[in-house]
Design a protein. Structure first.
Length: 197
């Protein structure tokens, strides 16, 4: 009798958001700082930029013993984002001061407050999978995810809800020509859930 081996594969839950897309930010200007309380993500490359307001309010998804993760696709821009944060509320409140963390390659986040991104090269390549920018792993003066605010908002039966604001800068390689890279910067404001202790 043959025995069948079971292979367990980690699964990321990708959430598809259909949100309005603007080529400019709130106040009709793109900004690299993040002072807005509006839930959103934004990006700026040498070829295009966008500001996407959206109800970015996420359930808690465990990445590992210490970290939760947010992973989602934007239907309007075909951008794919991945943000990791502390699983425990006592750990997330330690990061109220502005700090910088690593940029990772897309879906390679493995610690809190890391960010990774996949984005079309321009607004004319939304459906061309070969014309994508993918974040390169790095941590430098031009490669970082900067936490500008962590604010407690409310509690739920099993979770504490926080608003997290970040600014990021990264270098992204082009899938079709990986030796070429372009700078990408932007902001995001998300609601996240952490465990209560």
């Amino acid at each position: 009798m043959k025995k069948t081996a079971k292979v367990i594969v980690p699964i990321f839950i990708l959430v598809l958001f259909i949100c309005s897309f603007n080529t400019k930010g709130p106040n009709s200007e793109y900004s690299s700082s993040n002072s807005s309380d509006q839930l959103h993500f934004s990006f700026k490359t040498p070829d295009w930029n966008g500001y996407v307001p959206c109800k970015l309010d996420f359930a808690a998804i465990a990445l590992n013993d210490s970290t939760n993760i947010i992973a989602f696709d934007s239907a309007s821009t075909n951008a794919s984002l991945c943000f990791s944060y502390p699983k425990d509320s006592s750990e997330i409140v330690k990061n109220r001061e502005l700090k910088r963390y690593k940029i990772k390659s897309h879906f390679e986040n493995n610690a809190p407050f890391q960010f990774s991104l996949k984005l079309p090269c321009n607004k004319n390549s939304l459906d061309d999978l070969t014309k994508r920018l993918i974040s390169n792993a790095g941590f430098s003066a031009t490669e970082y995810n900067e936490v500008s605010e962590v604010k407690y908002l409310t509690s739920e039966p099993n979770y504490a809800v926080f608003r997290v604001k970040c600014n990021y800068k990264l270098n992204a390689r082009i899938i079709a020509t990986p030796k070429l890279s372009k700078p990408v910067s932007g902001t995001f404001t998300f609601l996240v859930r952490t465990s209560r202790k």
